[in-house]
Design a protein around this ligand. Structure first.
Ligand SMILES: CC(C)(COP(=O)(O)OP(=O)(O)OC[C@H]1O[C@@H](n2cnc3c(N)ncnc32)[C@H](O)[C@@H]1OP(=O)(O)O)[C@@H](O)C(=O)NCCC(=O)NCCS
Length: 172
């Protein structure tokens, strides 16, 4: 099975968990984004499939971007976001994050969390532009390619936007 057409943004967690080829396509997008220039390592197809199999998992995938998250009761967590370098600054990261928030709200989440490397200015700018705010810091949570420890900034979106609640019916 190939990745969905650009802009389709379907929820794919169940398919990622069941379809190794789709998980491999997702892993390729993740690896292209986590290419050593930002803290964090590529996830394997098996890791992505394993994450997607957990209850509450949400996934969004286009040929150029991937988002993995989960919802547990009133809390959502954005676990991974990746856009291929060749497709950046075209609104894909924003679109997937907004879609995730809408889906999480529809699933009952009242707030959302994520962790991002303190040195990752592009990602922090994206989240801040969408209303996420820093709420804490984890010392030395990540390592960069040279092995240096880098802090994680915890960010929260609360409340999840009202418009997200009304548009989050799960339709692509
Ligand atoms: C962070 C990342 C996902 C952004 O993806 P993207 O598809 O390029 O993001 P968008 O085009 O939707 O950008 C939306 C907004 O985020 C901000 N932003 C994104 N990249 C930025 C950059 N390099 N510098 C400053 N602001 C940036 C801007 O406000 C941008 O809006 P604008 O283009 O209208 O100015 C992408 O750079 C990436 O994959 N990086 C490597 C992996 C990573 O860091 N993942 C997140 C870890 S938590």
């Amino acid at each position: 099975m190939s990745a969905p057409a650009p802009g389709a943004l379907p929820e794919l967690a169940a398919r990622l968990a069941a379809d190794p080829a789709l998980a491999a396509a997702a892993a390729q997008v993740h690896a292209a984004a986590f290419d050593g220039t930002v803290p964090g390592r590529p996830w394997s197809a098996a890791e992505i499939a394993g994450f997607a199999a957990v209850p509450g998992a949400l996934a969004l995938l286009t040929p150029d971007a991937l988002l993995l998250g989960r919802v547990a009761g009133p809390e959502a967590e954005l676990v991974a976001l990746a856009t291929r370098p060749s497709a950046r600054r075209r609104g894909l990261g924003r679109a997937l994050t907004e879609r995730f928030v809408a889906l999480a709200a529809a699933a009952g989440a009242e707030e959302a969390f994520l962790e991002v490397a303190a040195t990752n200015a592009p990602a922090q700018a994206l989240y801040a532009a969408l209303g996420w705010r820093p709420v804490g810091r984890r010392r030395g949570y990540y390592r960069d390619v040279k092995g240096n420890r880098i802090d994680a900034v915890a960010m929260r979106l609360r409340p999840i936007a009202v418009e997200a609640r009304t548009s989050g019916d799960g339709a692509a």
